[in-house]
Design a protein around this ligand. Structure first.
Ligand code: ZN
Length: 418
């Protein structure tokens, strides 16, 4: 498609005009050309970073790697903050910042074999798309600012953040927006997460996470046979809870993601636990599922006590116990439909002929969106699949379009230098 020299109708919105003006600059065109030429280097970065383990609360090695790349690309004020986020800036003339953010962590435990490899345009390995592709895009955009004299009034703040996945509970972003020197000066945030160019996440999906622990007296599998078994209670609870009805609209989901318990095959376990994730665009639905989870565990406990006779034996009444602890709480929210960032993203997609849909998801953008700040999450291009599995893959075809899209949105958010 022709980038810009089309003349705009007088009624064209200011966003459309800003996009067309920015895309027409030779600096921007050169940067896009550079994106095209650098694909081999981008793939190398992506493979390199995916080979560094980064479980939640274990992102330090990957953060160091990113800080080195930030330095090498010429970002200024590169540093790690007190909780491990990596930040680097490209300064403009105003005191406002536009932040570009990609999470460093993966869902994979530290000892996961990271068999990362390339076959032609396809890259394979745990975390290769989510979020090695986002980190790669973050670096590509930083590289464009370093190599070309791209006009921008606001400063750009590049952030590789910790704690997006699982029990990380968005701690990296929470810190940036509640406890950092930038919290009040970030004008808009662009979260880069996973593959694709077809979505704009402007609605933050709320979620709540729980750890359910069931405890019992334990015992020997032979000599204490008949004592209540926490693993059996947990299994019953899962069976009961999984029959909970959920609606499609508002879409509501639940997942039992982790179960643990027991010490050996010939011991009645003393404890068993599970981790449960509940999501909905409706807060009352989340609360309803929380209540159902409680009821399921209570009933499972009663059934086990009845089965083992513990309930009829007063001195054993209290032998089974459970607790449900909240381990995650991601705030939901929605971007105002007139938000500038959304207008710009839409105008950029129209300009690039890229069809995209506004979606709801749980991302790092939840934090700023829930605070009424301007933020969206978008993909880092290409295509991907098998997210959160060892079979994860990423196809680099189409990455340039995403980088062009991200850069154009960032430049329009940052404004043209006068
Ligand atoms: Zn992700």
């Amino acid at each position: 498609m022709t980038p810009v020299s089309r003349s705009l109708p007088p009624e064209a919105s200011t966003s459309e005009q800003a996009v067309a003006r920015t895309a027409a600059t030779s600096e921007f065109k050169n940067a896009v050309e550079w994106f095209r030429d650098q694909e081999a280097e981008f793939s190398r970065w992506q493979i390199e970073v995916a080979r560094i383990p980064a479980p939640p609360f274990g992102e330090a090695a990957r953060a160091d790697w990113l800080a080195e790349r930030f330095h090498a690309l010429g970002l200024v004020k590169v540093h790690k903050d007190s909780i491990g986020n990596v930040l680097g800036s490209c300064l403009g003339i105003s005191s406002a910042f536009v932040s570009l953010i990609a999470h460093l962590d993966t869902v994979f435990p530290a000892n996961t074999p990271l068999n990362v490899r390339q076959q032609g345009r396809k890259l394979y390995g745990p975390g290769i798309s989510d979020n090695a592709s986002g980190i790669t895009a973050l670096l590509a955009i930083a590289g464009a600012f370093a190599n070309f004299d791209l006009p921008h009034a606001a400063s750009l703040l590049f952030i590789g953040n910790v704690g997006e996945e699982g029990e990380g509970d968005l701690r990296g972003m929470r810190h940036i927006f509640t406890d950092s020197a930038w919290k009040d000066s970030i004008r808009a945030s662009l979260v880069l997460d996973g593959a694709g160019t077809d979505t704009i996440v402007a609605e933050a999906l709320g979620s709540r996470r729980f750890e359910v622990t069931v405890r019992g007296p334990g015992g020997h599998s032979w000599s204490d046979f008949g004592m209540p078994n926490p693993i059996v209670v947990l299994s019953r609870a899962i069976h009961l809870f999984s029959q909970t009805r959920v609606s499609n609209s508002p879409k509501t989901t639940f997942n039992v993601g982790v179960i643990r318990g027991g010490t050996s095959v010939n011991s009645i376990p003393e404890s068993a636990s599970m981790r449960v994730d509940v999501r909905s665009s409706s807060e009352p639905e989340i609360q309803r599922l929380e209540l159902e989870l409680h009821r399921s565990v209570e009933r499972a406990l009663q059934e086990e006590e009845a089965r083992t006779g513990a309930a009829r034996n007063s001195h054993r009444r209290s032998t089974l116990a459970f607790e449900i602890v909240g381990i995650g709480d991601r705030p939901g929210g929605e971007l105002d439909t007139n938000a500038r960032i959304l207008q710009i993203a839409r105008a950029v997609d129209a300009h690039l002929g890229n069809s995209s849909q506004v979606q709801r998801a749980s991302t790092d953008a939840n934090i700023p969106i829930s605070m009424g700040r301007e933020a969206i999450a978008i993909g880092a291009g290409g295509s991907g699949g098998g997210a959160h599995t060892l079979q994860e893959w990423f196809d680099t075809t189409g990455r340039t379009l995403a980088l062009e899209r991200i850069l154009l949105i960032a430049l329009c958010l940052a404004g043209i230098e006068k």
